[in-house]
Design a binder for this molecule. Structure first.
Ligand SMILES: [Zn+2]
Length: 407
């Protein structure tokens, strides 16, 4: 099999592909394209019809990439870049380019039977008192407060508005639905099903900061992250005021037709934050340990890639076409002595930059994200995996990766 990776460049209607061949093969001479099938000396490289892509051979370009180092041994494959015109723009997959899907909305919940359970995704322990018929309501956007505050700055008597800007509180028997979590009154949480995260708990200081604090809570049975609890201190005892259950940490019963994964919620966080803050750079931070797991530069939040996994392993693999977010990232989770200084330098550089946003998730989800990103880099030809352009000072030695979009 011949390794194949391609990206659909929708705005210029080009499919930019890379294949790799043996050194004796001159792909510029022998690559043929017929009816959207790429063939190299009678061997099918990619049948694009199978992924609903039609290309023309007009303006076909097959060439070796610039600045390629000579192969290190005689068995090493050499890359070829192939540019093909797309006969139809990739509209079908790009119809909602500017919108991200909302998962598990109030609408979807209202269509279900009124009895609900929310249980730990790991061990299925129930968190919610399911004997109650809940009212279901939407919460305003995460960025609602910021927007209101932004307007208040321009008013003559800001204090009047600030007094009215009370935070939205959890109410008994009401499920408040946010983009990535459910806000629930503690009365409706099954007793002792949640517990404060021990690492975060050690760091708490009630003498400083706000009177109420949002603190990471875990499933009491399996210790996996479940969400956050809002606590205050009363007579030396922590009182629970509200609970956020993260949608990616729980299963909903009855099972909705859609089963979003963590990356689906990450995609909506990235896109929504990028839109509101006009930023494209993010530090991914662990909620418990507070360590930075990755620096992510959002490069293209809606693109299509086509590949056969050929650059990862030499197994026959079907051609797949995936909608993805293209990112440039630095894996900060695995600090080895060689890249230690490099990673530290870039965390400092990005942290000090005001146009960078922090996104905070449970540590195991951050690690899972880094693993997913590293895996996605491998579908690329080796010479395309890292950015090393002298002009891109913020991303020296960063990797290219993809976050799959299932919305
Ligand atoms: Zn659990």
């Amino acid at each position: 099999m011949i390794p194949f990776f391609a990206e659909e460049l929708g705005n210029i209607n080009v499919l930019r592909a890379t294949i790799a061949t043996e050194q004796t093969c001159d792909a510029a001479e022998c690559l043929q394209v017929k009816n959207s099938v790429l063939v190299l000396k009678d061997q099918v490289v990619a049948n694009l019809n199978s992924v609903d892509i039609a290309v023309s051979t007009q303006n076909l370009v097959v060439a070796q990439p610039n600045d390629q180092p000579p192969p290190s041994d005689e068995n090493e494959l050499i890359p070829w870049e192939v540019k093909l015109s797309l006969l139809k723009p990739p509209t079908s997959l790009r119809s909602q380019q500017n919108d991200v899907k909302e998962w598990w909305t109030s609408k979807l919940l209202l269509r279900q039977s009124p009895e609900k359970q929310m249980q730990c995704r790991h061990c299925a322990q129930g968190f919610l008192d399911s004997a109650i018929e809940y009212k279901i309501k939407d919460l305003p956007s995460e960025h609602w407060y910021e927007l209101v505050e932004c307007w208040i700055c321009h008013e003559t008597k800001p204090e009047e508005h600030q007094a009215r800007m009370k935070p939205i509180l959890a109410r008994p028997h009401v499920l408040l639905v946010g983009t990535t979590y459910f806000l629930i009154h503690p009365e409706n949480i099954i007793k002792n099903s949640l517990q404060v995260d021990p690492i975060v708990s050690k760091r708490l200081n009630w003498d400083r900061g706000t009177l109420t604090k949002w603190i990471a809570v875990n499933c009491s049975k399996c210790q996996n992250a479940a969400g956050e609890g809002q606590y205050c201190m009363e007579d030396g005892k922590m009182q629970l005021l509200a609970v956020k259950l993260f949608k990616y940490c729980i299963d909903l019963i009855p099972n909705p037709s859609e089963q979003p994964a963590f990356t689906d919620f990450l995609v909506s966080d990235l896109v929504n934050t990028a839109k509101i803050h006009a930023t494209h750079r993010f530090l991914i931070q662990g909620r418990q340990t507070q360590s930075i797991y990755a620096l992510i530069w959002l490069f293209n939040w809606d693109t299509n890639i086509v590949h056969n996994n050929g650059f990862i392993e030499n197994n026959d693999h079907l051609l797949v076409r995936e909608r993805a977010m293209k990112v440039i990232y630095l894996d900060c989770s695995f600090i080895n002595p060689d890249n230690d200084e490099h990673v530290k330098k870039y965390i400092a550089l990005w942290s000090n930059d005001k146009s960078t946003d922090h996104l905070i998730y449970p540590d195991n989800h951050c690690q899972q994200l880094v693993n997913t990103l590293n895996q996605s880099t491998l579908i690329l030809p080796p010479f395309m995996r890292k950015i090393n352009h002298p002009a891109m000072i913020f991303t020296k030695n960063f990797s290219i990766g993809f976050i799959r979009r299932s919305d």
